[in-house]
Design a protein around this ligand. Sequence first.
Ligand code: HAM
Length: 424
Amino acid sequence: MIQKPKGTYDVFKEQGKKIKYLEKLLSALMEKYNYEFVRTPNFEATELFHRGVGETSDIVSKETYDFLDRGNRNMTLRPEGTAGVVRSFIENKRYADASLPVKNWYYGPMYRYERPQSGRFREFYQFGVEVFGSNDPLVDAEVISIPVNFYKLLGLKGIKVNINSLGDTESRLSYKEALINHFRPHLDLLCDDCKKRFEKNPLRILDCKVDHELDIMSSAPKIIDYLNEESKKHFEEVQKYLKLMNIEYTVNPNIVRGLDYYTNTVFEVEADIEDFGSQNVLCGGGRYNGLVEALGGPSTPAVGFAMGIERLLNALEAENINIISNDLDIYVIPMSVNEKAYSYKLCQDLRMNGFNVDIDYMNRNIKANFKQADRLNPKYLIIIGEEEVNSSILTIKNNNTKEEYKIKEEDLIKFFDEVISYED
Ligand code: HAM
């Protein structure tokens, strides 16, 4: 039998319901912040990720799904969303929009050739935002607050917000020099990858999964001590706004992020739940003021983040938070095939009036239909027999209280409008 590719998964049953519900919540959340939905291709020119995410990041150097298309073009399945959204921002000249900042959100599959384990897949889903055109620390704080508020709304308790600043170009240059001076005498202790990183981008050494336990790692200089006045002020302002929003955070100098494009604020939210496992970073992001220009656009400040949907589902499960909502309003039960057509017509009218309706498609007998109703758990049942069809007076049952009502067909919509709230 052909099986699914390693590191991928199928969605069905409860998991499907949970994911659809999360998607609905995320979409509603973005309406609250007035962010605009954007979608970019799942594959892009390979060069975009090399120039965008960076040659020295693991994601690009080791984990991309690259292929040559039939026209001999080098293509890559996107390992993350930012580079594509930035490309789209430039290509569609969104920088000329009168109403800056451009506040985008996106959702979709990403691809990384990683070693699969719990919370780490080769195809996974990210929800993310990218905000272009403002360098205001308030925007950094808003971007950090979006996932944190969302996790809180869902009821997640075990979350920890880590923030750091990588400073502006000037601050990073002096930090880079300090790192080079620190690591140069110990080059022989570093892994082969880190030796290359030393030449190309010494900051990446701090992110190494192989060397991370070496003493020279913990004794390495911290970027926070190399921030110039402007970067320091920006970082302080971000913290001021986080406090204003009652968002608890820790300044953690070890957060350097695995992608090359960051400047100034960076952050990660981790699940602080016992036995959660090593893949505990629920989301991450930060400012990337140089990327739009690096990819050929005008100099434009930007900030964003992305969260993994699979890790969020794991965290909800670990805290026993059930996010499945009961969305089915009405289940229609014809007593026999004679009432099927009438019942289906009713079903169509109810759906067109905004109700979520299901009907028996399997010609079940009444007993089996009640069992099916137990499984589907609708708010109401409509049971339709010969008498109902002839009299146009319908039998409605509240599936919760088991109370029964007799309602004229012409009053049916009015009845459900009153008893079923659209809000839930
Ligand atoms: P990232 O930290 O590489 O950042 O990924 C963001 C989130 O995606 C992670 O925190 C994690 O929840 C999830 N994730 C990453 N890799 C996997 C995987 N293999 N399996 C399951 N989940 C995964 C970015 O992607 C940046 N583009 C974020 C950003 C947006 N920065 C600025 N704007």
